[in-house]
Structures are given as C-alpha cells and as structure tokens.
Design a protein around this ligand. Sequence first.
Ligand SMILES: Nc1ncnc2c1ncn2[C@@H]1O[C@H](COP(=O)(O)OP(=O)(O)OP(=O)(O)O)[C@@H](O)[C@H]1O
Length: 964
Amino acid sequence: MSRRQLHQSHVPDWAQTQNFQQANTASGTLADLEDMFNSPSRNGNGNGSNRNGGDTHDDPNTNPPEEPPEDAFFALLRQDDESKFMENRPKPQKNRRRPPNSSNNQYTSIKPKVSTRAPSLKKKQPPPPPPINKAQQECDEAFFGMLRGSGGGGGKKPDMQLGAVSPRIPTPRSSVESVNLSRPTSSSSLRNSREAPPARRTRRKKPEARNPHDDMVISSGGQGAFSDQTYLDKVIEDDKKKWELMQKKKEKENGRKSKKPTGIKRSNSIPGKSSSTNADPSSSKMNNPKPLSVHRVQSKMDFDVQNGPQGGEKDTRRNLDKRTARLRHAPHFSAAVKYWRVKNEGYNCNYNHREQVYDDSATTSRSINGVSVFVRKRPLFDYEKKRLDYDVVSVKSYSERDCDEVVVHNCGMHPDMKKMLHKPTRYKCSAAFDQFASNDDIFNNVGRPMVEKCLTGSIGTILMYGQTGSGKTYTMTSIEERATGFLFDLIGREEERGEEFTVALKFIELAGKKAVDLLGRKQGAAVKIVDEIMGMGHSVDEVKEEEAGGAEEQELDVGESLLLVNNKSDLPTGRIRADFEEFGVKKMIEMEKSLKMGGDKGSYVLVLMNSGEAASMALARLAGEYPDMLRVDKQTGLQMGLDPSDLGVAKNGGANGPVVTVKWKGAAELEVTSTEQMLKYISVGKSRRATEATDVNGTSSRSHAVLQITLLRKGERGSKKRGVLTLIDCAGSERRNDSMYHDKARQKESAEINNSLWALKNCIRARCEILEKPNTFIPYRSSLLTRVLRESFERDTALLSIIATAAPNATDTEHTMETLKTVSTIVGTEKDVEEIETEQVMQAHKLQEMLVAQGSGGGGGGAEKPTRTVIMPIKWSHEQLKRWLTKARGGEFQQVAKRVVKSDTGKTIMAQTIPKLERSLCQNDNMLATSLYNNLRGESDKIAKVLLKERKSRQALAKGQEAY
Ligand SMILES: Nc1ncnc2c1ncn2[C@@H]1O[C@H](COP(=O)(O)OP(=O)(O)OP(=O)(O)O)[C@@H](O)[C@H]1O
C-alpha cells in the first residue's frame, strides 16, 4: 500500500470534508479538484456516494441501493435556523487533524482524495463505476444550490462540476469508522496496520457493533449531523482544555509538578487499553504513554466528556452526556420544541404584552398564603446561539389572561440512545413573563403593588431566586430603581395631604455564615441577625421606643413566660390564678395528674404569663408558696396542650415558636429624603458587594444582597405606622459543572451559596407542609438567609413575592426545572408539575418541516417570529380598555376614557346596558352611551371574525398534518 493510500485510510471523514471544502474554495487549484474527484480512490467503487462511509466499502462490488432525494434534509436546509447553524458552526482546527509527520503541502494535496477510506485497502483494482444515479445527481445539484443560497457550509461555493460526485456529508458514523480503524493503540498494532495487506486486515478485523446512534443521525438527513458533529468537536475540545486546566490546578494545589503531558499524545495512550474511569493523570499508564495512533488523536468522538481525555470509551454512546447529546441534535430538538408551541395555543410569544399592564391584584389575588411566585424568562444570548444552544422554555403568552404557566422542554436521549425524546413539563406560578417582558412590566406587576402596600404599613419582601446568570441582579436592579422613584412619588403625594414620612435604608450582604454591612462607615463591619419576640405586629410604643434610641434589645425565649406550677396542695385553679394575676396572666391550664415532672407525680398547672418579665417576678415572689415551680420552654407548653396562638406561634409557624421581629444589629441605617440619594446609597452598597467573574456570568454575585427600606408614617395624634420593603437578590445556585474550575476558596463559596439556597428550599417545603401538618418544623435557623426571611414567611400580614429567573438554554434544562420546581412548591402548586406527552422528536421534526413548507413559518412562537394576537373586548384589562377608549373612532370616547376607574375592565363595561353606561360613564349623554355600546359590540364582532379565521387556518393545518 502506498503511503498515500495508508494515509487515506486513516483520515476520518470530517477531515476529508474540511479538505473537500478547502479544495472548493478559490484558493484550491483546478488540478487538485480534478485529481480529487477523478481519482480511483474517490470513485473507485463507482459509487462516489459515500455517505454511509464504511458500509459501502465492505463490499465494493455491490452497488449501493438507490436512495430517493432526501426531502427532510433539504427542507431542513431551508430553515433559517439551519443556515444559522451552518454559519455559526465553529471551524474545525486544521492543526489538530494533521498527521504529525506530514508537511503542509503533502497534506492538502492528499487529503481531498481520501473522502472514501476503505476501498483502497480492500481492492487494488476497483470495479468499473456503475452509471451515475440521476436522481442522486439532481439531489446533489440541489444540495449545492442550497448551500449557496443559505450560506451553509461556511458559505463556500462548490464547483458545479462536482454535481456528478457525491456531495455526501460525512456523518458521525464516518468518524466512528475512523475510530475503529485506528483502534490498535500499541506500537505493534500500529506497525501491523501499516504492513499488513489490506485484504487480510479487513478479514481480521472483528465486525464492529453498529452504533445505533449513528444510524439515527444518518436517518435524520445528515445536515444536523454535519453541523452538530463539527460543533461537537468544539464542545469536546473545550471540555478537554477545561479538564486539563482543572488537572493542572489540582496538581498545583497538591504541590506536585504536573506529570501529565499536555497535547494530544497523552490523550491517545490509553484508549482501548484502559477503562473510561482511568482518568487519573498520575496513573502508571499516564506516565508511560503508548505510541500514538493518529486516528485516535483525531477522533473527537472518543473523548469522554465526563472523564477527560483518557476516557477512551469505545462506544460513543456512552461518551455523550445528556448536555452534549442535546446540543448534538440541536436542530431536531429545537424543531420539536417549536412544533410543540404550534400545537399548543397560547404559548406563542408576541409583542402585545408590552402594552399590557396588570392591575394591582396581580400580587395579592394571585398569591397563595401571601406568597406570590413570578417567573421571568431571560432571552437566549448570542453566545448561546453561537454554541448552538436553543430555547427550551415556553411561557404562556402574556396576552393570555392566565399567563401563569411555564413549560420546560426536557430534550434528551432515550436510554437506548437511538430515539430522541422531548418531555415538556408544566409548572404553575402566579404569573410568568416571557423574554419580551420589559423591566417596566415586571415592576408594574411585582414591585408597584408591593411598594403601595408597604406605604400602608405592611411588610413586603421581593426575593430573586434562580441559577447563576439567569438575570436576578438585572431584574432586581430595575426593581430597585423603579421602586425608589415610585416610593418618593407616592410619599410626595401623601405629604401634600399633610402626612409625614421618614424613610430609612439598610443594606447588608449575607456571605456564608457572615452578615456584612454594606453602608456603614467601616467597610465589612459584621452584622448580627437577631430574632426578637415582640408579639404580633409592631406596636406604636415599640416604634416610639426605637426612635428614642431603642430599648435595650433582649433575646427573649418564650419559655421565659411559661411557668409550670406543682400543685402539691391541690389548690383550685382559681386560687392559683389569683396569686399570679397581679403579674399578668395570659392563660392557665390544669395538667394531668399523671404528668411526670422531675421525678414527682402530681397535679400541675401551666401558667402562661404576659411576658418574660412577668414570669420572672412571679417566680421570685411566689417561690415560697410554690416551691417546685419551674420555667418551661415553648415545646413543653405545646406538648401540654397550650394553644399555639397563646404562645405567639404564628398560624403558619407550627412548631417554630412565636412570630419574631428580625433585627440587624450593627447595620447602618441611613435616613433618605430623595430618590437620587437612595439610588446613590444603593450603588455605594452594591460596589461593596462581592461579585466575581465566572464562566457563566461576568459579574456573578457571590453573596445574597439584602436591602431594607423602612417607612415610618407619622399620623395624627403622634401615631406611627411602620412599613418595611425588603429586596433580596440571592446569589445564583451553581451546578457542579459551573464551579468545577474554581479555586478552593471559590468552590467553598459556591458550596455556601448552594447550602443557603438549600436551606431556603427546605424552609419553603416545610412551610408548604404546615397547611397539612401544623406542627411542622421550619428550619429557619439553618442559614442567615432564612433567618432574615423568617418574618416574611411567618407574619400573616407579610407579603412575599418570589421572582424565579429562568435561563432558556437547553444546556441548563435541569437547573431551570429545579428552580421552577422549588418555586412552584411554595405556592402549593407542585401538583401542577406534570410531564406532558413524550414525543419522538423525529416525528415532530418532520411535521415542523411541513409547516415551514406550508409557509406558516413554523416558528411556533419561538423568540424569532412573534405573532400578534387579538383579544376580545370582554377580556380586556383596565389598561387595554382605556387605550381603546382613547383611540377608538378618532377619539370620540376620550372623555369616557378619563372617567373609567381602576375596577373598570372589558368585562365590566361589556356587561353594562345603554342606560347604565349613560349614567356611569357618559354623564347622561344618551347618544354617546349608545355609540359606545354599539362600537364595543362592533369591535367584538370584528375580533371574533379574526379569531375564527385564525382557528380555521389552524384546523386546516392540523388536517394537513394528519394527512402527512
Ligand atoms: N431579561 C434580560 N434581558 C436582557 N439581558 C438580561 C436579562 N436577564 C439577564 N440579562 C443579562 O444576563 C447577564 C447575567 O445577568 P445577571 O448578572 O443579572 O445574572 P444573575 O442571575 O444575577 O447571576 P449571578 O447569580 O451569577 O449573580 C447580564 O449581562 C444581564 O445583563
């Protein structure tokens, strides 16, 4: 075998394709091209159509079966998405593919001729070429035409002469083939591979198990495989680099010099010899690398993403983790998701919502137990699109009244690694915002009602929750800015009415087990989080006390107000009560005689005093009369049958003790008088907050930031009301993958962040259980974050809004699902988490193609092509009604628009008769009322017609799909 043939036999298809493309560029010589496509090695079997790689070469005498033009493949090419994939796909690195000893010239001149591999090894004299398949030729021409049109394949224009030659795109199977050929890894096997006659070698070669995964890709039309495969190179190459970096760091930390040689050599010493788990660079195999097999080097498919370059798994199926598989089949999965959106009405993203503003009830009416959960999906970033990530989060369209659903499309492989599966899971929330929702939309729905409530004396908390890089800080910053402006607007209006307000600001960060002040003179001053038992709610006296310099803060235990009296003399309860009455008795309970207390059996009375002080006094003064009197804790009180509400245990608090007021000892509290001042303080605090650049986010928050705005309203006769607005921007939860390249300190930090979020999750879960089991213990004290949040969870009057931010990219599917699962639990809607039907993606893919062919766009409401949806007047919100009244009939109803009140919506106005409209909105103008009445109905009819038309076209489409 000539050296050239040998080389041909070892060059995998992807490398051939690269050269194939190189040869087709302007810089390639015509001679090269002719040489390439006329050479026997290319057309040796007369087939030239080499898509199935080694299969066709096993028996060169057999003509390949005629294949019909691959409609699916070309239709796929037509899609915009596909062109994007082709445009964006990373270019393979030439150097990696180059055999070590080949010179540049040699390489480029040889490679184009080796698009088929085996024939030259198997048959010295190739059989005469069979007639060229005409249908195939047409396909080929169409293919190149397509490439030119779509800019696919990197925009390189193949010569039309090539139409006679198969334009088959190499598939992953081809790559696998190259792996199989190169499987011998020892030097002897390499030698054998050079010396042994090809026929013998072919006979000796054990039949390799066909990789079903490759079959699947081939059957999918190849286009996806082409771009995916190229992309996969990049993914794996990146992972490889990361892995090497991590190993170096690890070794550095251990104080050892890195023994692991870098580069490709090392990665090829193990395959075929060691198990995939043998990734330890210090292993003996690593220290004695075997000679290289060039083909192993080039086989990206063999790189084990999990175990690093030494993974060396023979079976590619095992080498694909779910994230890689997801990206590898991006075109198919993405089509399946889009198709799902087409089939499921209401998930079409549109621009309408920009004009929509919810009424105030969004936060309160949609909340469960005072807790509302909002979900905000961020847009897919360009860098994510570039790495072929796609959008897997569908939000029920904002124009729908009940936009309270988020669906996450979990795309993955069936365990058999043949079928691609698409599992959509639905999560419920109070309201969901798609990627088009503006910061104003979020504020109007979440922040505005909260600020209004706080002004009237409520405790309101907004908490951002979600994975790192999903947009928590982005959203919270916008809320802070808007809330500040809105707050001072409201205060200004109230002050005009003679009210007086004091606004104070505190800002701390919670990092691990430390709370640090962000506004104090001394940067990094520690803050102590203290729970104070102050009874239910804030009394005026308490506020006064605070103003007067603050009462000496005490950490009280409810046990201090509980006394257990041993009634040895069997005194009537009334008599005992009389003794304790002067100190302030809240409740007395006669206990069972069998109660065993300190070894004594007898009759006991449990006395709940008004305060700890009262209990102390009673204990001191009545010790003589009741010598065995004891102070007992709240738990004992509960066990003995005391009513939890008597103990100050919140209705939702269960066994968690009384409702407490959480105080931040040592945190600077700055009085603020204007929006500008407040924003300045906030930005100072933020600049002190710990952020760092991570792989996922350039300015990732490494701590939980807690901002507290206290409003003190001074009313008549010196009364005061205190409202508190707390804004918490949590640090993002991280996956192991996100933090595996961090140094030790950062890893510890990430672990602490995850711990506190874990504690938050546990509290959320326990809080939900309380409805069924009132004595459920909520582990508030397990983290600083939950301690700060305790009041918001417990107080009956407190409002808590959680905004869960969701990253739409497929790579983060699990993370997004976990976030949504947690937050949907809090509103008790975890039952709504359901898996919708499982679809086979290929089927969806075909249907999606059909939609594209029918000209419906098939975008399925993806982010790219929003459609405009009309809404029936009866479903109009107050804002929509107002907008229509302002604009309709050239402004005829402008006066009416000014008169509508907040409770007026499309529904209320449509329910009114002409006389009613006349009285309520038209100032007894019968003509105006009649016109309004008729025009509303006219509008209704018009919209109904549009909707009917839409529905009909959808039905027609559905019928077409069935036929298909
Ligand atoms: N809805 C959105 N629209 C546009 N850009 C967004 C949106 N949400 C987030 N981003 C951008 O995404 C990047 C990451 O956002 P951000 O820093 O808010 O994430 P995070 O969840 O706070 O991350 P971490 O937890 O790591 O701090 C920022 O550059 C931000 O501008």
